[in-house]
Design a protein around this ligand. Sequence first.
Ligand SMILES: NC(=O)c1ccc[n+]([C@@H]2O[C@H](COP(=O)([O-])OP(=O)(O)OC[C@H]3O[C@@H](n4cnc5c(N)ncnc54)[C@H](O)[C@@H]3O)[C@@H](O)[C@H]2O)c1
Length: 371
Amino acid sequence: MNDTPAAPKSVPRIPADQLHEYVRAIWEQAGSSPREAQLVADHLVTASLTGHDSHGVGMIPRYVASLREHELKLNAHASVVKDVGAVLTLDGGKGFGQVVAYEAMEQGIERARKLGVCAVALRNAHHIGRIGHWAEQCAKAGFVSFHFVNVAGDPLVAPFGGADRRIGTNPFCAAFPREGKAPLVLDFATSAVAYGKTRVAYNQGKPVPPGALIDHEGKPTVDPKVMMEPPFGALMPVGGQAGGHKGFGLAAMCEIFGGALSGGYTTHEDTLQKTSAIVNCMLSVIIDPAAFDAPDAQAEADAFVEWVKASPLAAGAERIYAPGEPERATRAQREANGVPVDPETWRQIREAALAAGLSLERTDSWAARLK
Ligand SMILES: NC(=O)c1ccc[n+]([C@@H]2O[C@H](COP(=O)([O-])OP(=O)(O)OC[C@H]3O[C@@H](n4cnc5c(N)ncnc54)[C@H](O)[C@@H]3O)[C@@H](O)[C@H]2O)c1
């Protein structure tokens, strides 16, 4: 993920503020309110800055396709369907995940401030992107949070012991805010590797690491073709051949907590054809750390992080990272040097901008500015 010294020189880099302005312009042109366009740009550019290109500005073409298929509703807001104090259930109404998840976190934070804790279930949201973004929103306000997310009706991952795709790449995320320091943020897909990484390997003609994929017969393979061409294989859950029962278990709980408990839906025969868009459901538990009897929690967390970082480095390792540190390192580097956007992704974004209604003249004047 870190691209500091190794980034190929040929990949153009775009200053983050200009990229942000361009993303905002695309969505305002498509019909989003200025606030919506701002929230979408904040999210996508931050995902790109933190190195998660699979969830960054490269998602724009997919979002524009969802809009044209009427599977993404502009200017929709999270609506409260049930409110019992410390438990809130919200419906995203197929609105921009970048808006409805933001609103869900706002409401959950406000409630946790009053009650010490709030469990917020959000269903029926269009793609909510990089989940760390939502944990960071909670951490910024001083709150601990954990998030269970399903990708409803969109299977790519095999259950442990199974031979075909049955589950989404269901991300899990947890964050701990730290006084005067950046929060600890753990945020990952429960598949052994992200789907986007198999696409990159396929395009580059490279194998994926062993233990990440099975073919259509359930046999282990390192050939990413099985994710791109029929007969399709599947991703393994986190832990692969050896520890995949743990990744599968976590993915299953994301499916149930995110998809079922929110009143949304899980992945099974009846939900496979529901939508062409990426629909996420998320259960977030937001906690005020001050509600515990733990005056030393910050010092204890600091001592632990220091302790693990003092481990002698294993062969080949350059350093030990705390959760969230790799993203911060990449962000600092990309804020200084620009966000790398490869020519093919840039071509797709430009096409999507035109499809969203941005005039050729405006798009090309942006393209010239962004070079
Ligand atoms: N919305 C969706 O439907 C959806 C689905 C799947 C994934 N996602 C998102 O995709 C993104 C990428 O997921 P991923 O599984 O590829 O992430 P990943 O494999 O890069 O893992 C990221 C996590 O591991 C930590 N980490 C990475 N390298 C580390 C190291 N060397 N030492 C210690 N910690 C380290 C990071 O700080 C981060 O918490 C996430 O933001 C996730 O939320 C979203």
